[in-house]
Design a protein around this ligand. Structure first.
Ligand code: 4HQ
Length: 246
């Protein structure tokens, strides 16, 4: 997988991506990352990337030409055909694990991170295949959104995560929230580890974890529960949880 990010703050993206799982995946050559600064593709002596909005109003709008040339540079640098150009904006499709799983099948994702009030709509219509949104809130620039896409997609690439980490990821794929986790010490002034986890009965532990996952999804994210069909055992475990909690 190749990521090419179009950004006025290239170091923000390359630096943040150099940590942890993404940093290791880049070092190991499992993913490639380049950042293209539209300012390097300006043609005037002031290197202008933005201009005042037609129709008036506050803020500035990113100009088409530097962005178009930056995207072209990213395309020419790599002649991968199986690619998508994605603009990050609140007007886009809501990001989900499913959307990111689809995205992980491409050879190249070109992620356009805007700043200021936004980007000239003609660039979005002409050069972008899709618009994606983190959610219904406003951030100051698309870089953090692009980094989230890079992080979440990188985790889905075979060989990036170890077996332990990959297995853990399954918990989001069954459409439920995760169960609680505990580590040493067994007892402390802020609470004790649930007995079942200390007992070593693996069937009991598995049932307890499923019950917690179901219960937490039911109380915190009922919208997620509506999208899954529970097995008879899961149904029984959730009923148990609900009778214990009330
Ligand atoms: N942006 N999900 C970039 C966002 C956003 C979001 C606001 C994108 C500012 C210039 N991006 N513009 N939500 O709030 O992706």
């Amino acid at each position: 997988m190749r990521f090419d990010v179009i950004s006025l703050f290239p170091e923000m993206v390359s630096h943040a991506a150099s940590y942890g799982v993404t940093g290791r995946a880049i070092e190991r050559g499992l993913v490639g990352l380049s950042v293209w600064n539209p300012r390097d593709y300006t043609l005037d002596k002031h290197r202008t990337v933005d201009d005042r909005p037609y129709g008036g109003g506050p803020g500035m709008v990113m100009k088409c030409q530097p962005l178009l040339d930056a995207v072209d540079a990213a395309k020419q640098h790599n002649v991968l055909v199986n690619r998508k150009v994605i603009c990050l904006s609140p007007q886009g499709r809501l990001l989900s694990q499913e959307l990111l799983l689809d995205a992980s099948c491409y050879d190249q994702l070109i992620l356009v991170s805007g700043r200021y009030e936004g980007i000239d709509e003609r660039f979005i219509q002409h050069a972008c295949d899709e618009e994606w949104s983190l959610g219904d809130y406003v951030i100051s620039g698309g870089e953090l959104a692009a980094l989230i896409v890079i992080d979440a997609v990188t985790r889905l690439i075979p060989g990036v995560l170890g077996d332990d980490e990959s297995a853990k990821q399954d918990s989001h794929f069954d459409g439920l929230l995760d169960c609680p986790h505990y580590t040493r010490p067994e007892h402390s002034d802020i609470g004790d580890v649930p007995d079942v986890l200390l007992g070593g009965n693996h069937a009991d532990i598995k049932r307890w974890r499923m019950k917690q996952a179901l219960g937490r999804t039911w109380s915190r994210r009922p919208d997620m529960l509506e999208k899954v069909t529970l097995s008879a055992e899961q149904d029984a475990l959730l009923k148990e949880f609900r009778t214990e909690v009330v």
